[in-house]
Design a protein around this ligand. Structure first.
Ligand code: G1P
Ligand code: ZN
Length: 540
């Protein structure tokens, strides 16, 4: 059936697909407009397979029903859907690869709040399992602005709770257990026997799924397969509003877990993942591991894990991620790539075999096993390393710093700033960059200041305006960037980093260690005067 739709000017995908308030998604034909725009930009999809799933938030099932009918009307041959519409983002990525599917539709607003007044999101992943590259998202956006009609079949509501296959019109609809194939992949990569023995030996973990999609994955993998006790599982029943919480695994929203891990009664290891299961938080007893350090530590130890025993070919990190991984790459003699923020930039490097592991400061870590960041993977990688090294997370981190030195790192987020104020700040700073080079700020000299652009070494594409960088002679960095995932106003992020060599003071409090650079960042940007904020909304 052909339906008319209107063009929308506000369907510009951000860092990670199209993300908006539920109220925006509920507008008549809004979702249909976007899905048809995706389909219109895909050639040769006739008869092919599409993976569909989401993080279970409010509107997930409704959106999936629409996506199925539109897939039918647009000529797909088969859809594979997670039971009850659930698929973690990394599991969806794996299913696309595993089934050699044409692509996948992932319904999620990641770590943003859910529920009736929360956020919703949709993104398209290509046949390598990864997020659509910039070229495709640009084309989709263009299409959303001129599209006039969409195609949808009329058929009954599909019961997503029934595992099995049916055929309606020319579309085969297969509902699968969302965990099975993913769990099998994890078992292939990690030494489950060693981890199991560690749990049997009394090792205790708390895993917080934040009422989101990873609950069932955690239960099957950690408890059923690895023998962890049921006490391990916190908030492991997915809910449409994430229990009324914000499913963002950081020290603010996973505060309870953090406090437990810092207390006298702390178990050995704590971890959490976000709404769609791709982000991770790692906390050892008495120590929070920053995502940047986690990437570096995993890269340095990955060869201890079964699936990576031949070592790694290279490492990639997003530009604002700390340079801790660079030191590991140097030591291993493998290349390090610095990409713009967003997982889509890792895809080409992984496909081309240039890197094995990659990560972002925003709690994203992953490897060449899928083309998304992967929360459960990161937790298993840590568990596997702890099991092999027979050390605590704190010992592993301390040993790492004692060998490579430590990159103190923090991120300040100024959220929900009025758009024009944020734009003005970034524009002003950008114009000022050239004049900063050579200046001394509090005794440290600025060596470079620029707007980051990335030349993809695989396909040659250029991505510009990916953040403003101020680099100091002593290796410190201050980076300013506008978020591409917020749904209200603008968010400005400031990333601050300082390197302390192995024989220096590697056990300082982070905010103390970075105090001088924080002051410089504020005064260079005039952020407080220009935004009227006297402090960031979130410090991580
Ligand atoms: C944020 C993170 C980025 C991540 C993205 C999607 O994007 O900073 O690293 O890839 O979420 O999870 P931002 O809001 O900064 O554009
Ligand atoms: Zn996420």
């Amino acid at each position: 059936m052909k339906m008319s739709t209107k063009a929308y000017n506000d369907q510009k995908p951000g860092t990670s697909g199209l993300r908006k308030k539920i109220s925006v998604f509920k507008q008549k034909n809004y979702l249909e407009n976007y899905i048809q725009s995706i389909f219109d930009c895909l050639n040769n999809k006739q008869g092919k397979t599409l993976i569909i799933g989401g993080d279970g938030r409010y509107f997930n099932e409704k959106a999936i029903q629409i996506a199925i009918k539109m897939a039918a009307a647009n000529g797909f041959g088969k859809v594979i859907i997670g039971q009850n519409g659930l698929l973690s983002t990394p599991a969806a990525s794996h299913l696309i690869r595993h089934n050699k599917a044409f692509g996948g539709i992932i319904l999620s607003a990641s770590h943003n709040p859910g529920g009736e007044n929360g956020d919703f999101g949709i993104k398209y992943n290509i046949s390598n399992g990864g997020p659509a590259p910039q070229k495709l998202t640009d084309a989709i956006y263009k299409r959303t602005q001129i599209i006039e009609e969409y195609f949808i079949d009329e058929f009954k509501f599909i019961d997503l709770s029934n595992i099995g296959s049916t055929k309606i019109n020319n579309l085969e609809i297969e509902i699968i257990n969302p965990v099975t194939d993913y769990a099998f992949l994890m078992e292939e990569l990690f030494d489950f026997e060693a981890i199991k023995a560690m749990f049997q030996g009394g090792f205790e973990m708390r895993f917080d799924a934040m009422h989101a999609v990873n609950g069932p994955y955690a239960e099957q993998i950690f408890c059923d397969m690895l023998g962890a006790s049921k006490e391990t599982l916190l908030n492991c029943t997915p809910s449409t509003n994430f229990g009324g919480f914000h499913p963002d695994p950081n020290l603010v929203h996973a505060k309870e877990l953090y406090e437990l891990m810092m207390s006298k009664n702390a178990p050995d290891f704590g971890a959490a993942t976000d709404g769609d299961g791709d982000r991770n938080l790692i906390i050892g007893r008495g120590i929070f591991i920053t995502p940047s350090d986690s990437l570096a530590i995993l890269a340095a130890n990955l060869h201890l894990i079964k699936g990576y025993k031949n070592g790694i070919s290279g490492i990639a990190r997003s530009m604002p991620t700390s340079m801790a991984a660079d030191r590991v790459a140097d030591a291993l003699g493998v290349p390090i790539y610095e990409t713009p923020t967003g997982w889509k930039f890792f895809g080409n490097l992984l496909d081309d075999g240039r890197i094995t592991i990659c990560g972002e400061e925003s709690a994203g870590t992953g490897s060449n096993h899928v083309r998304e960041k992967d929360g459960i993977w990161a937790v298993l990688a840590w568990l596997n390393i702890l099991a092999v090294k027979k050390q605590s997370a704190k010992q592993v981190a301390n040993e790492h710093w004692a060998k490579f030195g430590r990159n103190y790192y923090t991120r300040f987020d100024y959220e929900e700033i009025e758009l024009d104020k944020a734009n003005k700040l970034m524009k002003r700073l950008n114009e000022k960059l050239d004049s900063l080079v050579g200046n001394e700020e509090e005794g440290i000299k600025i060596s470079t200041a620029d707007s980051f652009s990335y030349h993809d070494p695989v396909d040659g594409s250029l991505s510009e305006n990916q953040g403003l960088r101020i680099l100091f002679e002593n290796g410190s960095r201050i980076i300013f960037r506008m978020s591409g995932t917020g749904t209200i106003g603008a968010t400005i992020r400031i990333y601050i980093e300082r390197f302390e060599p192995a024989d220096g003071e590697i056990n300082l409090d982070t905010q103390v260690a970075l105090k001088q650079l924080i002051d410089i960042a504020k005064s260079i940007s005039d952020i407080e005067e220009l935004t009227g904020r006297d402090k960031p909304s979130v410090i991580t």
